[in-house]
Design a protein around this ligand. Structure first.
Ligand code: CS2
Length: 462
């Protein structure tokens, strides 16, 4: 069972289950669900769940048909029947890609937002859940009533400690509804942490048209991606699973070192390039790293981030960085800066703020990180440097706009955003070194623009 069947799931986890089927392990298949939107169901159900994965390496493309998806449902259409399916003995694993905000957690602290109306609705009536943690909790409750083992829950979102976060969200919810359910999930449930990696830009109409010329049929469910794919899962399952190791999935005791490395290097650079690039009027990631100053900026950001990591022992960081840069340069992917810029309030803490906090606690400066954070702040203003108006797509957009509107000058604007505790942990926003570096970067962005500010020489603190 997969919750949040967007392009990423179709190009990543579903491919692994398809590998299992191709290898003759016919026990597996995916029932996908979107929480609200009918789009993926309407694309895939008429195609009997079949879709093409287009793999682009920058010079060549290859196609693969994936047949693992058996059915797609829209959770909001009939929540109770989705819970019923999740409660069936045939479901062994529930994977999720519901994006950071789909967990209804406070981004800075990671705790369940009890004041969120959707969470409040689930807490008052779990028979028709609304949220992802609500569906998981309701389905586990049903399994317990039926005397079934829990399924294994695998959060495949770029959240820090994703397994621990979904576990604590579910336990918090269960504890408020039924303490015995809480204890059962705490004892029997499995929420292994995972690291997932594959760049999967949103499919565009042009992609579908191009493929239809090649295939002679229109595939509305297609996804496009890069050759690279990585999935590491902690080896803690509540029940059955495919022989993952046969299908290039790494099982490990602890994912932690991988997770920080990926979030701080790949995703940290992605978000930085998204804000700087989009402010400068660049539409795609490959265009941003084609600007020598921005490419050099990413290297500086990685120099800063690298000092905060305890990478996995078998990982060669220099090689990893070189591979990341090559992946970002893949022009065939046409990965939009605006897509990555979305939901920044939910992404900043794990991608850039934790890194900055670690640097500062080691007494090290943060010029590149501060510029990236300031670029997020500039983006909240809703206008690029070339004067284009942009819609800030973020659950906290109204709040950031309100704070910016109430400020009188740039110093005030930066202060107003730094005081947003949902994003900036108080210990970080209270640090004068952090405030100073972010303010300076914001002023540089204002006067020099994204590329100009990124070109400034690094000033070592006195
Ligand atoms: C991106 C990620 O949209 C974003 O925020 O940074 O989706 C990124 O492409 C993946 O994490 C790559 O594994």
């Amino acid at each position: 069972m997969h919750l949040g069947i967007g392009a990423f799931h179709r190009a990543h986890q579903a491919v692994v289950f398809d590998d299992a089927l191709n290898a003759g392990d016919l026990r597996w298949g995916v029932i996908g669900a979107s929480l609200r939107s009918p789009d993926v169901r309407d694309q895939l159900v008429p195609q009997e769940g079949l879709y093409t994965v287009v793999i682009e390496d920058g010079t060549q493309r290859s196609l693969r048909i994936v047949g693992a998806v058996q059915d797609v449902r829209v959770a909001a259409d009939d929540p109770a029947s989705l819970v019923e399916v999740m409660g069936s003995p045939e479901v062994h694993i529930v994977t999720l890609t519901v994006t950071e905000k789909g967990y209804c957690l406070d981004p800075a602290s990671g705790s369940l937002k009890l004041d969120d109306p959707a969470i409040a609705a689930d807490l008052s009536d779990l028979s028709t859940p609304v949220t992802a943690p609500g569906f998981v909790t309701a389905a586990l409750r049903l399994r317990r009533r039926r005397g079934l083992a829990p399924f294994t829950v695998i959060s495949c979102d770029n959240l820090p400690h994703n397994g621990a976060r979904i576990r604590s969200a579910v336990l918090e919810m269960a504890g408020r509804i039924d303490p015995e359910l809480h204890d059962w999930i705490a004892a029997e449930g499995a929420f292994p942490q995972t690291m997932i990696d594959r760049i999967v830009p949103a499919t565009t109409r042009a992609d579908i048209e191009e493929l239809s010329v090649e295939l002679g049929v229109v595939d509305l469910g297609m996804v496009k991606t890069e050759p690279f794919t990585q999935w590491i899962i902690e080896d803690r399952f509540a029940g059955e699973r495919p022989d993952f190791a046969r299908f290039r999935v790494q099982l490990t005791e602890t994912v932690g070192p991988w997770e920080d490395t990926k979030l701080r290097l790949l995703n940290g650079a992605h978000s930085s390039l998204a804000y700087l690039g989009a402010l400068a009027g660049l539409d795609y990631v490959h265009q941003t790293v084609a600007v020598p100053i921005l490419k050099a900026f990413v290297e500086r950001l990685w120099d800063e981030a690298e000092t905060t990591l305890e990478p996995p022992p078998d990982l060669d960081i220099a090689k990893y960085r070189a591979e990341l840069m090559a992946r970002f340069s893949n022009a065939a992917l046409r990965h939009r800066t605006h897509q990555i810029a979305m939901d920044g309030s939910q992404k900043l803490p794990q991608r850039l703020l934790a890194t900055a906090a670690a640097r500062l606690s080691a007494g090290r400066p943060i010029p590149a990180l501060a510029l990236a954070i300031a670029a997020w702040m500039r983006w909240q203003e809703g206008r690029t440097e070339v004067g284009d108006v942009v819609v800030v797509e973020d659950p906290l957009a109204t709040e950031t706009a309100r704070r910016l509107a109430g400020a009188t000058d740039d110093r005030d604007r930066v202060a107003a955003l730094l005081d947003l505790q949902a994003v900036f942990p108080p210990s970080l926003s209270a640090d004068p070194r952090f405030r100073k570096a972010v303010l300076q970067a914001f002023l540089d962005l204002r006067s020099l623009g994204a590329v100009g500010a990124a070109a400034l020489p690094i000033e070592e603190p006195a």
